[in-house]
Design a protein around this ligand. Structure first.
Ligand SMILES: Cc1ncc(COP(=O)(O)O)c(C=O)c1O
Length: 366
């Protein structure tokens, strides 16, 4: 196929004339467009995890993938374990499902796997959710021996291990990690469910992600998805198809751009807020900045009033009121906008701007 090299506009142009052919079919593909399932499976296989199309469910992004997995596997009151801090919207999904959340501490220096293992063994959770590749929000990358321990422990405790690979391709300073499930001995990864998406390599607005699991579990997950939204959008999936097939060719340009922006953010922070500290992560899309004082929520509110919307530390904590000394600052904007954002953040931090009146409003982060 003459697949375009990663550009969204080219992918739309490629998809448009093909839509009428697909429109002869009613358009319900609850498992996902067959060609896209095959392309996702193929990429897992090339990354070292042999995968058949029947093991893939195409979803509306990784967040829907996670919500479906939670809905299928967990019941109110079940115990689940996540990293702490972790991806804010995953925590929200667990809270909405009324699950009891235990935690594994992770910092920008990595995981304490001894404590993680004993937490898993003592609490025997139904499910564990991890982001081993450039963890959101810390940017940490889990070393291979820790991945092996996690696989073995969750297998021993009968815990479903949900691996969120949404950021795995954003490998800026290291080779892209192989899928965690590929490290399991043959037949030893049936308890691992891997989720991912095109949101970080391409565009969050595309809403194309996936789940990789056993074919049996994919069938069960698909039954849950049908009860929620019947099927994914055919147009979105058609656009995603050439992007998926060209991903390895388009990635270097995306990574080069992010490296430049990461460096620009570091320089802006050094210039405007030299008293803050951070560790430059080997990949991912943000810095997990230490403010030196527990003011993150107030600062985020003040920054929002100055037009800068930023993820306060507490959004990523399992328990309320934690990580108040941290701010997650993404480097997903061009350098000049990053610098302007940091300048406004710094002035909110140093001078203070009036706190907006206390209105209840959602505080979403991606
Ligand atoms: C770790 C992680 N998981 C899931 C998501 C959600 O991704 P999607 O846009 O594919 O739903 C994100 C987005 O920021 C993320 O960082």
């Amino acid at each position: 196929m003459g697949a375009p090299e990663g550009s969204l506009a080219e992918a739309f142009a490629w998809a448009a004339p093909r839509l009428s052919g697909l429109a002869r079919h009613p358009g319900y593909h609850p498992f996902g467009l067959p060609d896209l399932r095959a392309a996702v499976a193929d990429r897992f296989t090339r990354r070292g995890l042999p995968t058949r199309p029947e093991q893939i469910l195409v979803t509306a992004g990784a967040q829907q993938a996670f919500a479906l997995v939670v809905s299928l596997l967990c019941r109110a009151g079940d115990r689940v374990v996540t990293e702490n801090p972790t991806y804010a919207n995953a925590l929200d999904a667990l809270r909405h499902a009324r699950l009891r959340t235990g935690s594994i501490a992770v910092s920008d220096a990595g995981w304490d796997m001894d404590i993680a293992e004993s937490t898993l063994r003592q609490t025997v959770p139904r499910m564990a959710y991890v982001i081993p590749d450039f963890q959101n929000p810390t940017g940490a990358l889990m070393p291979p021996e820790q991945r092996l321990r996690l696989l073995a422990t969750t297998r021993a405790t009968g815990t479903w291990l949900v691996v969120d690979e949404t950021i795995a391709d954003i490998a800026l300073d290291v080779p892209a990690p192989a899928p965690l499930a590929s490290l399991a001995p043959r037949g030893g990864a049936d308890h691992v469910i891997t989720i991912g998406s095109l949101s970080k390599t391409h565009w969050g607005g595309l809403r194309v992600g996936w789940v990789r699991a056993t074919a049996k579990m994919i069938t069960e997950l698909t039954a849950v998805r049908v009860s929620a939204d019947m099927t994914g959008s055919v147009l979105d999936q058609l656009v995603a198809l050439p992007l998926m097939e060209a991903l390895d060719r388009s990635l270097p340009a995306r990574l080069a751009q992010l490296r430049i922006q990461r460096e620009a953010l570091v320089q802006s922070l050094q210039r405007h807020t030299p008293e803050w500290s951070w560790r430059v992560p080997p990949g991912g899309l943000s810095l997990w900045v230490d403010l030196g004082e527990p003011v993150s929520s107030a600062l985020a509110e003040r920054a929002a009033a100055a037009g800068v919307h930023i993820g306060r530390g507490a959004r990523f904590g399992v328990d309320p009121g934690t990580f108040e000394h941290r701010l997650r600052i993404p480097y997903t904007l061009p350098a000049d906008r990053l610098d302007e954002g940091v300048r406004r953040l710094a002035s909110a931090f140093h001078d203070g701007v009036p706190l907006p009146s206390a209105v209840e409003r959602p505080h979403w982060v991606a």
